[in-house]
Design a protein around this ligand. Structure first.
Ligand code: G6P
Length: 366
């Protein structure tokens, strides 16, 4: 009913704006005074995490993108990690290194391929299984050894938003738990936990860009293609931005690691190709800027979400700025403007935002 949407025109917008609250909810009881409260994962989790020498992550759709971000986080603390979509994983010959933890990520916990992959994994010699899931009574939760629940609440919009950012929060917690086993000291843990604590506030600030993004969306409604670029964790964030745009606005959108631009997509860049990029203040900034220079040289129109502290040396671009965002949580914060861009573009195009054509909230058949 309309009432459930409160003051919002669509469930998707409501869910985008719920993110500060559901992120805080997902952190509740899991961090305290600069410490990860690992007991909150349960006894079985400790056993698996103690033994895990590596991680294989399997998921579909938006949840797969969360897994791709997590790979950077896990390898950063010394944990080998691979990430794959469930439909590929389940039908190929996979080599499982000793003591590998099998991790699934799913909003619904009922996605057919993800469930089948979990069932298959039990015959493959994995250490055990852990799921990051939003539905406590789901098959995935029932069938996994350990469940780290996201607390996004019911997600109605087919295009996933709050489930994704809470998955990333849960995966940050998992990365912290593994980092502890790989020499993270108390000081470092304190910093990282504080970064998580400040996340709801930072997401709040990103949400305040909504009106400006609505304005920006005018430039997209007439376009037929869009290119999202990113490097490091912002590459999967770009993938998620492109997925959101294509799912609900039906604009063909593609994400590319910015460093690969010259190996193909640059051929498509002209004045009709909007190029969207998150530009956090991180060590890859200069590299990304030089990739964006290439886009400008071909007349591509740039739409940037950038850190207010950085200087952008480009002849022409549209940008909206975010304040000083913590490095460990920046992929979560920079996802917000991309969700809003897709949303406002779709509204301008008049598509069915909450129920895009041909798509289902949960793909329970293969
Ligand atoms: C469908 C939904 C997506 C979702 C994907 C995986 O494609 O439309 O929003 O990301 O399934 O769903 P899951 O419930 O496993 O996260």
């Amino acid at each position: 009913s309309t009432a459930d949407k409160g003051p919002y025109r669509h469930y998707m917008l409501k869910e985008i704006f719920e993110q500060p609250a559901v992120i805080a909810e997902t952190l509740e009881g899991r961090i305290y005074k600069g410490r990860l409260l690992e007991e909150s994962f349960g006894h079985e989790a400790k056993r698996l995490l103690d033994a895990a020498k590596g991680v294989h992550i399997i998921a579909c759709g938006t949840s797969y993108h969360a897994g791709l971000v997590a790979r950077y986080w896990l390898e950063e603390v010394g944990v080998p990690c691979s990430v794959e979509v469930a439909s590929e994983f389940r039908y190929r010959q996979v080599v499982v290194p000793k003591d590998t933890l099998f991790v699934t990520i799913s909003q619904s916990g009922e996605t057919a391929d993800t469930l089948a992959a979990l069932r298959e994994s039990k015959k493959m010699g994995y250490l055990g299984s852990l799921c990051v899931c939003n539905v406590p009574e789901s098959s995935l939760v029932r069938e996994s050894d350990v469940a780290v629940m996201t607390r996004a609440g019911p997600e109605i919009g087919v295009a996933s938003t709050k489930a994704f950012t809470t998955q990333l929060v849960a995966l940050r917690l998992l990365a912290l738990a593994l980092a502890r086993r790989h020499g993270m000291d108390r000081e470092k843990e304190k910093t990282l936990v504080e970064e998580l604590e400040s996340l709801p506030r930072q997401v709040e600030v990103a949400l305040s860009l909504s009106e400006a993004i609505e304005e920006m969306a005018n430039a997209f409604a007439e376009k037929t293609h869009a290119l999202f670029l990113g490097r490091g964790t912002f590459y999967p964030v770009a993938m998620e931005g492109a997925l959101k745009l294509k799912e609900i606005s039906y604009i063909h959108a593609e994400a590319y690691p910015a460093g690969e631009l010259k190996h193909g997509p640059l051929a498509l860049v002209d004045a009709d190709m909007p190029v969207i990029c998150a530009l956090p203040n991180d060590p890859l900034l200069e590299k990304v800027l030089s990739n964006l220079q290439e886009v400008r040289a071909r007349g591509g129109e740039l739409f940037l979400f950038s850190d207010e502290r950085i200087r952008i040396n480009l002849d022409h671009y549209h940008s909206l700025t975010l304040a000083d965002i913590c490095p460990s949580t920046a992929p979560i914060v920079y996802t917000i403007p991309l969700q809003l861009l897709a949303y406002h573009t779709a509204v301008l195009k008049g598509t069915d935002v909450d129920q895009p054509r041909n798509l289902a909230k949960s793909v329970t058949v293969e």
